[in-house]
Design a protein around this ligand. Structure first.
Ligand code: IMP
Length: 510
């Protein structure tokens, strides 16, 4: 970076004359596409945590996406869906230690095909309760347990074949029409998915309740799910075949929070802060190293320049997040006047990472956090040097995000709010130390267009990324970083890049 050295004679701030740029200001120039360069040959694996020269990262993502540390994005459901597709979620830290640890535990205990029963009643409930439950949850298989909980003693099962809505009396008790336990085919807790599916086929049932030795319900296995859990070749798991999950932490309560998350089985932590160039982060990393050595992985950030990167690298971070003020819900730049264009930040920090690797033999992956709008921004960020990307808005649009789906003005939307908004009240993320509490917001509460299932959208996005990589003639993210040709674009060439000088008939894809 160039600073006006001469001006420093007058004891003033360092002023960079370099323009701070965003992804929109760049495009990729194609490289030679060889015959070998086809989408099915492209490898999207990328390191998540640092490694030394000649060794391999202990966690390698199967695709370069992680979901943002946000209430409106990353809970256990998102974490399960994302890990099953090869990425990682960082479960939000702006909740109690217990509930965050519980979410981590849920991901680690997830077994494909075994689902916790989400619609449960007792034998004393009525047909009306069954109909209400079906309406509320959308589930037509209802487990009947002694206390109406998902892990109570299993007493029966109700499906839509057990009643006729308009003919049966709605006051009729569940116990009069449920299929009682004695009439059910069940599986023993501990059986494999293959064994469960064999029972489903041999006994010709649609649902197999899995019960423990006390007769308590653990899971349900559905015939209709059979196909869906065969095709997750990118699933990301640990040595014990459990899904990989991350969690966000802050620099205030880490001494209590981290042990609970580790106990719950978390694979990787990340300090969540809008400005990570701080002694608070160094102290937090030191605590992890002192307590756990290198066994617990911890990322830090966010930074936007070499100085910030080197500081956190020397402090021992396992990966470093880059980005201030570029998030879609972020108003940090307006409120505090700090930040930097995301593209410029990534380009500089990627150079710092490579220098650090040359000098110290340690490769510390960097994550581009926030500001990704178009799918092609993802390829640009990777080509500029990011090892992986953290996204909030992108994931908030899917079924698996924790927020409500609403119909507004004829369009389905999902809610999406910033961690620095009044709604999330995650003031630790914007904590500058000391005792004063925060007095202003750094994020907004918003809607994003609803987009359906994560898996379906990922297929399209990753398809586009692979197609672009083919155009660049690169078969891996490593090759893309080394060989991509990137150009700045003028504002008029941006206009040229969209449909222009025609009357567009249908703007569904715009
Ligand atoms: P997006 O992918 O552009 O929506 O950006 C998501 C990123 O914005 C997150 O990963 C955070 O780094 C950042 N972020 C989350 N909440 C806030 C906020 O309230 N203000 C500023 N930045 C935020």
């Amino acid at each position: 970076m160039y600073f006006c050295e001469k001006l420093k004679l007058y004891a003033m701030a360092q002023i960079s004359n370099e323009i701070s740029r965003t992804f929109n200001e760049y495009l990729l120039i194609p490289g030679l596409t060889t015959k070998e360069c086809t989408p099915d040959r492209i490898n999207l694996q990328t390191p998540l945590v640092k490694f030394t020269k000649g060794s391999k990262s202990e966690i390698v993502l199967n695709m370069p996406f992680v979901s943002a540390i946000m209430q409106s994005v990353s809970d256990s459901e998102m974490a399960i869906a994302l890990a099953r597709n090869g990425g990682v979620s960082f479960i939000y830290g702006s909740q109690s230690i217990e509930s965050q640890a519980e979410m981590v535990r849920k991901v680690k205990e997830f077994k494909a095909g075994f689902v916790a029963s989400r619609a449960n009643l007792t034998p004393e409930d009525t047909l009306q309760d069954v109909l209400d439950m079906k309406e509320k949850t959308g589930f037509s298989t209802i487990a009947i347990t002694h206390d109406g909980s998902s892990n109570g003693r299993l007493l029966g099962l109700v499906t839509s074949r057990d009643y006729r809505p308009r003919r049966d009396d709605e006051h009729k008790k569940v116990k009069e029409f449920m299929t009682p336990f004695a009439g059910l085919v069940t599986g023993k807790y501990g059986i494999t998915l293959e064994e469960a599916n064999n029972i489903i086929w041999d006994k010709k049932v649609n649902t197999l309740p899995i019960v423990d030795e006390k007769g308590c319900l653990k899971y349900l296995v559905f015939r209709k799910d059979y196909d869906s859990h065969k095709d997750n070749p990118n699933e990301l798991h640990d040595e014990q075949k459990r899904l990989i999950v991350g969690a966000g932490i802050n620099t205030r309560d880490y001494e209590e929070r981290i042990p609970k998350l580790v106990e719950a089985g978390v694979d990787v932590l990340c300090i969540d802060s809008s400005d990570g160039f701080s002694e608070w982060q160094k102290e937090t990393i030191e605590f992890v190293r002192k307590t756990y050595g290198d066994t617990v992985k911890i990322g830090a950030g966010n930074v936007v320049d070499t100085e910030g990167f080197n500081y956190l690298a020397d402090a021992g971070a396992d990966f470093i997040k880059v980005g201030i003020g570029g998030g879609s819900i972020c108003i940090t730049r307006e409120q505090k006047g700090i930040g930097r264009g995301q593209a410029t930040s990534i380009i500089e920090v990627a150079q710092a990472r490579d220098e650090y690797f040359k000098k110290h033999g340690q490769y510390i992956p960097i994550c581009s956090d926030g500001g990704i709008v178009q799918d092609y921004h993802m390829v640009l960020a990777l080509a500029m040097g990011a090892d992986f990307l953290m996204m909030g808005r992108y994931f908030a649009r899917f079924d698996e995000s924790p927020t409500k789906k609403l119909l507004i003005g004829g369009t389905y939307v999902k809610e999406y709010w910033g961690e620095g908004s009044n709604r999330a009240r995650n003031w630790q993320r914007y904590d500058m130390g000391g005792n004063s509490t925060l007095k202003f917001e750094e994020g907004v509460d918003s809607y994003v267009p609803y987009a359906g299932k994560l898996k379906d959208n990922l297929e399209i996005t990753l398809g586009k990324i692979k197609a672009t990589m083919c155009s660049c003639g690169t078969l891996s993210i490593e090759e893309l970083k080394n060989n991509a040709k990137i150009t700045l674009v003028s504002s008029t060439s941006i206009i040229e890049g969209g449909a222009h000088d025609v009357i567009v008939k249908d703007n569904k894809n715009s």
